[in-house]
Design a protein around this ligand. Structure first.
Ligand SMILES: Nc1nc2c(c(=O)[nH]1)N[C@H]1C(S)=C(S)[C@@H](COP(=O)(O)O)O[C@H]1N2
Ligand SMILES: [Mo]
Length: 415
């Protein structure tokens, strides 16, 4: 695309340069916002701003269609300008391919409700994969094209003084090696900087192992005695979870031991309930297998959860007729969510204590987390330690920040 500069005085050249500039700025913004969005530290820091940033990312992503369409209208003429320059032609094709993959997978992620978890999941993998391929490519492309890396005779090509061009050209010769060196240095630097994260991403997305074992190993919770898995839990009747949990938290990960953990059911109930860990692990549990779908597009399938069905605790506490909402509190002191009374009576909602026969590790919300299989998992409060029955509405953490109050999965049974 160096040719553009040479053809800059021609109309097409100017238009192409403008398209390129617009496209570059939009991609830069998308890269920046796209990298920040899933990043734990930023999730916490951005709070409500994250939802805005997500909308902006989506909006700019959709608007990316404009420069691409405009380019396609000019493409014929651009192509003839690139005659005899296969490398440049390849560059155009690669960039358009990357943009198309980002765009199409982005549309699926944007319309996740229409496409459902299986498609969103595939789309997220594609979106991520092309970030790993596309970003280094584009960063390399823009770095090696900055003015200071170019041969001086390119830089002075615009001058009308032939003498000056002449001198530049001669001066330029020794610099060519410097340019080549810098290019390889940038390539190498990018490989070293991004390679390890790429390999890590690749292996985690290819392996079906959720690494739950690792998390259980280094679990920072210290609750004694450990819950003993039921026969259906170990070996897990679901055959073991498939996929990787992404560890989401809006606070630092809280840890618990016997001295600071308890579980409460209170509010509009006849019998408020409170257990310490010793008492809580003795409550009888059931086992269920369900899928876990985050609204941002990743899923973990076939999780075998063992725990206490929510409806059983509600019956035990005798919910008063005036209660309309069940409010769930996280032991992180920050995160809450709610279900209507009717939703909360669904038989598959579980106060989970074990995952695939092992104690739920602190990263994944242990010792106890909520599981609402028929809804997106922002409803599945981690580090659950209190259930309050209230009259009126409660707007949960993410719902206050723009998430849909209706978290039903497509095709949910709702009973
Ligand atoms: N306390 C608490 N619970 C939470 C969250 C959180 O940030 N804090 N994130 C929710 C979201 S959006 C998802 S997708 C799941 C993620 O669960 P995981 O971190 O175990 O993968 O937890 C949900 N429950
Ligand atoms: Mo989520």
């Amino acid at each position: 695309m160096n040719d553009w500069l040479r053809n800059i005085r021609k109309g097409v050249g100017k238009k192409l340069a403008a398209v390129h500039r617009w496209n570059a700025w939009m991609v830069a913004f998308l890269a920046f916002s796209g990298l920040i969005l899933p990043w734990g530290v930023w999730r916490e820091w951005l709070g409500a701003g994250r939802v805005w940033l997500k909308w902006l990312h989506t909006g700019v992503g959709l608007a990316l269609l404009l420069p691409v369409i405009y380019y396609l209208l000019l493409a014929g003429r651009h192509w003839s300008l690139l005659k005899g320059r296969p490398a440049q032609k390849w560059n155009v094709l690669v960039v358009i391919g990357i943009l198309a993959a980002w765009f199409l997978s982005g549309v699926v992620l944007w319309r996740f409700r229409f496409f459902g978890p299986a498609w969103s999941n595939a789309a997220l993998t594609v979106h991520d994969a092309f970030t790993w391929i596309g970003l280094p490519y584009i960063v390399y492309h823009s770095l090696t094209r900055t003015q200071w890396l170019k041969e001086p005779h390119r830089r002075t090509v615009r001058t009308d003084n032939p003498k000056k061009q002449e001198t530049s050209r001669t001066d330029a010769e020794p610099l060519y090696t410097r340019r080549a060196f810098l290019r390889s240095a940038i390539g190498l630097g990018l490989t070293v900087a991004l390679g390890p994260s790429f390999v890590k991403w690749l292996s985690s997305s290819l392996s079906s192992d959720a690494n739950i074992d690792d998390l259980v190993q280094k679990d920072r919770n210290d609750l004694i005695p450990a819950p003993q898995p039921a026969a259906d839990s170990l070996p897990p009747i679901g055959g073991g979870s498939k996929g990787s949990f992404r560890i989401y938290t809006v606070t630092p990960i809280p840890t618990f031991d016997n001295s600071n953990w308890s579980f409460t059911v209170d509010g509009l109930v006849d019998h408020a309930l409170k257990w310490n860990w010793d008492e809580f692990v003795k409550l009888s549990r059931t086992v269920q297998v369900s899928d876990f779908h985050c609204v941002t597009g990743w899923s973990v399938y076939n999780n075998t959860w063992e725990g206490i069905p929510l409806h059983r605790l509600l019956e035990q506490a005798h919910v008063q007729p005036s209660a309309t909402t069940v409010k769930f509190y996280s032991g992180d002191g920050e995160y809450t969510d709610s279900l209507t009374m009717e939703q909360a009576r669904m038989k598959d909602i579980m106060i989970a204590v074990l995952l695939d026969g092992k104690p739920i590790p602190s990263e994944l919300g242990g010792p106890v987390r909520l599981i609402v299989p028929q809804m997106y998992t922002y409803k599945s409060v981690k580090w659950l330690n209190r259930i309050e029955l209230i009259a009126g509405d409660h707007v949960g953490y993410w719902e206050a920040r723009g998430y849909d109050k209706d978290a039903w999965l497509p095709g949910a049974k709702r009973t």
